[in-house]
Design a protein around this ligand. Sequence first.
Ligand SMILES: *Cc1c(COP(=O)(O)O)cnc(C)c1O
Length: 426
Amino acid sequence: MSEGLLARAQARIPGGVNSPVRSFASVGGDPFFVARGEGPFLVDTDGVRYLDYVQSWGASILGHAHPAIVEAVQRAAAAGTSYGAPTPGEVALAESVAARVPSVEKLRLVSSGTEAAMTAVRLVRGVTGRPKILKFAGCYHGHLDALLVAAGSGVATLGLPGSAGVTPGAIADTVVVPFNDEAALDAAFAAHGAELAAVLVEPVAANMGLVAPRPGFLAGLRRRCDHADALLVFDEVITGFRVGVAGAQGRVGVTPDLSLFGKVLGGGLPLAALGGPAALLDELAPVGPVYQAGTLAGNPLATAAGLACLELLDAGAYDELEARVELLGRGITDAVTSTGLAAQVPRVWTLSGLFFAAEPVVDYAGAQAADAKRYARFFQAMLARGVFLPPSPFETWFTSLAHREADIERTVQAAGEAAQEVVGAD
Ligand SMILES: *Cc1c(COP(=O)(O)O)cnc(C)c1O
């Protein structure tokens, strides 16, 4: 059944997938087609069940088909799916985010993280009158031209330097610096500080595998931005509402000027946002001169799902998820390293990952130097045991609140066997 679907998909959709990260290009084999999701599980069109650590790349923090989300979406759909006029749901969601994240007074809702980043780039340029944007190698901010340089996620997975179709002009004002490298940052600020509109950063880098910021790195960024009169933008599309009530900024105590949200925010529906101080957000149309718009922005199904999701995400939920991920991280570390394989299992609060590397990975160069072949073998061995990991070493593992301790134990058990297979294949 899946094979027939794959052929049909490949005939009509490039590569058979609508986002390159869904292909198994870097791990080999063909993607399965999902028939349905249930909590921590996916069930494919052949009826095979997988314990899922992709979870819509982090969007489904409650697990699949959570009753609260299903009910909220059904109720919203019965009242119409899109109007092109304001709704109470948009207001409630914006209030809910502002109540959670102190740096956010106002938000503009959009439909994807890419749009949020694109709007942020225009906004920071419009407000400062400066052209340049500083980003970090291996960080991913969506597929807008200016930020596809040295990008993580699928760009890293496919080993692309960037993308065809991006003109030198589109990236001429993008400055790229290695993550966690304060000396390179100082050099970049010395060379471009006066022209810098903003620094964009994933406060926890989660699109080159998982890479934690060094202690003080984000506070140092804040200091340098203030000194140069540049804005600091945290791309919390993954970390927002995933690592704590107020995202990564709440956990590290560094306040950005602008924040980007997505993934968890929409409860599994297409929704993202940029948020910050009222004075900054009011530079957007129709109040200010920076134009931005969207037919489906703040869509009523998406805001209903997002609200239902946020309502369940109190501090206790994050504690529970963090405990679960700690169990997973410890278990995977033991299972893999006890076979003698060199492995790093980064864990940052509720996020975890896996690099087959001898040393801790602190930047994109380190992530690229990790053993991708071993990861591919490990991925396949886990898949054969009914555990679906991200099909790329340049991604983060997403545990949901629906993953129970028994699911983690099963994962760790499978990891021990999978690691043995990797050793055998070396
Ligand atoms: C996923 C992601 C984006 C892009 O979001 P889309 O909704 O896929 O466009 C941007 N930034 C980060 C950090 C992401 O992980």
